[in-house]
Design a protein. Structure first.
Length: 261
């Protein structure tokens, strides 16, 4: 099983002879926020992951702003190795630089999994949050011709991040049967107001806002305020999000391990 694969340091497996090695710890890596609801949300998601896989050692660390910070979480680990799963929705500076640097500085061997998005489980969560906000269960043809969605994301200067968001928008559009236009709170275009104007110009009179944020925060609130109709809650601790975290963990374990020289 993939969970029994050992990490390797200096070409030697970190395992005890005659004993099946424990699976690597799972560390959820959140960005951190001054909004207290964000910490509550990522803690709830961490608990949900633990509930889905009780035998797994599951921890939480933050890049900034909230405790525990990721370096402190890694320093306190009781196990010999860990897989870090970013609670980030696409590529960007944190995924490509900050988290790997913190992982490299840790005293325990680590592997950094890919970001959560894009993935169909995110589209599933977005759909569920829209339904909670009032999106119809089975809109007829006329309603679909009148409706659209703005997928409101944080934004990044990394072109890979925008590509990941566009992919999620296509997955959600396939699920809903209406146009889904990505828009951004900062660092990328179009803005949420610009996306809303573009859809209105195309005759879409009922436009929902899908909050493409892991947890509540300033950007999520600003985007929701611009919604002309319904606005969904952030992705949060939805059961599909917990399954996606474990999927990224398992993917990371299944990849080949490189031994140190």
């Amino acid at each position: 099983m993939t969970a029994s694969l050992p990490f390797r340091t200096a070409g030697r497996p970190l395992s005890v002879p005659g004993r099946r090695p424990a699976p690597p710890a799972l560390v959820l890596v959140a960005h951190g926020s001054r909004d207290p609801r964000a910490l509550t949300t990522v803690r709830a998601l961490t608990h949900r992951v633990r509930a889905l896989r009780p035998a797994l050692s599951v921890h939480l660390g933050h890049i900034e702003l909230n405790e525990p910070l990721l370096p402190d979480t890694l320093a306190a680990l009781g196990g010999p190795y860990a897989v870090l799963v970013p609670l980030l929705l696409g590529r960007g500076y944190h995924v490509g630089h900050d988290i790997p640097q913190m992982a490299a500085a840790a005293a325990v061997p680590t592997r950094v999994a890919g970001p959560l998005g894009p993935h169909p489980l995110l589209a599933e969560t977005l759909h569920a949050r829209l339904r909670e906000a009032g999106w119809p269960a089975a809109p007829d043809g006329a309603a679909r011709r009148d409706s659209a969605v703005v997928l409101a994301a944080a934004g990044s200067r990394d072109p890979g991040s925008a590509a990941d968001t566009r992919r999620t928008a296509r997955l959600l559009a396939d699920r809903l049967g209406v146009p889904v236009l990505p828009a951004y709170a900062s660092a990328a275009a179009p803005t949420v107001p610009a996306a809303l104007r573009a859809l209105a110009a195309r005759g879409r009179r009922r436009v929902a806002l899908a909050s493409y944020f892991t947890a509540p925060g300033r950007f999520a609130a600003q985007c929701a305020e611009a919604a002309p109709w319904i606005a969904s809650a952030p992705l949060g601790a939805h059961e599909a999000m917990a399954r996606l975290v474990l999927h990224r963990y398992d993917q990371s374990l299944a990849a080949p391990w490189a031994s140190a020289a």
